[in-house]
Ligand binder design. Structure first.
Ligand SMILES: Cc1ncc(C[n+]2csc(CCOP(=O)(O)OP(=O)(O)O)c2C)c(N)n1
Ligand SMILES: [Mg+2]
Length: 321
């Protein structure tokens, strides 16, 4: 299990912060998009991924030019981590021709082959089948590349999840099947909707490797994933990577039916409680290991992180339409 470590802190400039600036950029860009959504700029459903930044940045950092990402409906963190400009994403979400995909894909199907994002689907489970085909093509064509297929704890309830693992194991295909486990599928928690599934045992049963990521330490995630990538290619087998994430942005709904207030876990749309202007100088949402930005402070001095966040935010603001 990978978790945040309490190594000596470093007070350093932007270039010496490792992957921290990338985590901050993905966080700040999402804050800006959330504010724009609140202002009424977008007409499509947008699934933000506050709390998922460390995973996306770490995965992006270990990808080679011949690897492919295959994504589900919640994909903004990967699109940003792979370098999409904020402006191109905002234009895409506003369905403008200048958008990342010419305004034709919107949010839930947003892919970007130039950045190694080969396919994205809003249909749960659909990207597992397509990703399996892409992974197999890597073997047949001997590209040396690896498909990284991302799914959720809800989408893995689709039969495609099992078909995909059976095929990848039977054909000795290296691939990552990354399960972003936030415990929620829309408004239902795992313990409300099904029996718990032990992914380690399930992977073992099919003949796949298994790794679990938790704690949101981007640097150790990257090191672990890099080792897993090498092992998958050498051993020619898939790895189920279960990443524990908290999708930040929860709020309390109070109305006639719920006078005492009902807890709403963030799924899509505006995260009502998150506003850039109200966040600290470096954009922490939750003071715990649930928040990859909070975890950055285990390694770096707050001064360094605040300075980096200011620089990155200024750069993002310059991009805005
Ligand atoms: C085949 C299919 N069924 C239902 C939906 C509606 N739907 C969209 S997102 C979602 C929840 C997905 O949960 P999970 O895979 O855990 O991803 P998360 O939203 O938690 O990141 C559902 C049921 C869909 N898009 N496709
Ligand atoms: Mg989920």
């Amino acid at each position: 299990m990978i978790s945040g470590s309490a190594a000596a802190k470093q007070d350093v400039g932007l270039n010496d912060l490792g992957l921290a600036p990338d985590v901050l950029r993905v966080r700040l860009a999402q804050c800006i998009i959330n504010d724009r959504n609140r202002a009424g700029d977008f007409k499509i459903p947008i699934h933000l991924a506050f709390g998922h930044e460390a995973l996306a940045v770490a995965i992006s950092s270990i990808m080679t030019e011949v690897d492919q990402l295959v994504l589900p409906h919640r994909n903004i963190h990967y699109n940003l981590a792979r370098g999409a400009s904020l402006r191109a994403v905002i234009d895409e979400f506003a369905l403008r021709a200048d958008g990342l995909a010419g305004g034709s894909l919107g949010s839930m199907n947003l892919f970007n082959p130039d950045a190694g994002i080969a396919y994205t689907s809003s249909i749960l489970g659909n990207n597992l089948n397509v990703g399996t085909g892409i992974a197999y093509a890597n073997v047949v064509k001997q590209t040396g590349g690896m498909a990284i297929i991302v799914t959720g704890d809800g989408a893995m309830e689709e039969g495609a999840f099992h078909e995909c693992l059976v095929f990848l194991c039977a054909q000795n295909v290296p691939a990552f099947v990354v399960v972003e486990n936030n415990e929620w599928s829309m408004a239902t928690r795992i313990d409300e909707r099904r029996a718990p599934i032990d992914l380690a045992a399930l992977a073992r049963g099919y003949g796949a490797s298994y790794a679990r990521l938790s704690g949101n330490n981007v640097q150790s995630y990257a090191e672990t994933l890099s080792g897993l990538r090498t092992a998958a290619l050498t051993e020619r087998r898939p790895v189920v990577v279960e990443a524990l994430v908290s999708t930040l942005g929860d709020w309390i709904l109070t109305n006639d039916d719920n006078p005492a207030g009902k807890y709403i876990n963030y799924h899509a749309g505006i995260a009502p409680k998150i506003q850039l202007a109200e966040l600290p100088a470096w954009p922490v949402i939750r003071q715990s290991d649930d928040d990859p930005v909070h975890v950055l402070a285990q390694r770096f001095e707050r001064n360094s992180l605040e300075a980096a966040a200011r620089d990155i935010l200024a750069g993002l603001m310059r991009e805005l339409p």
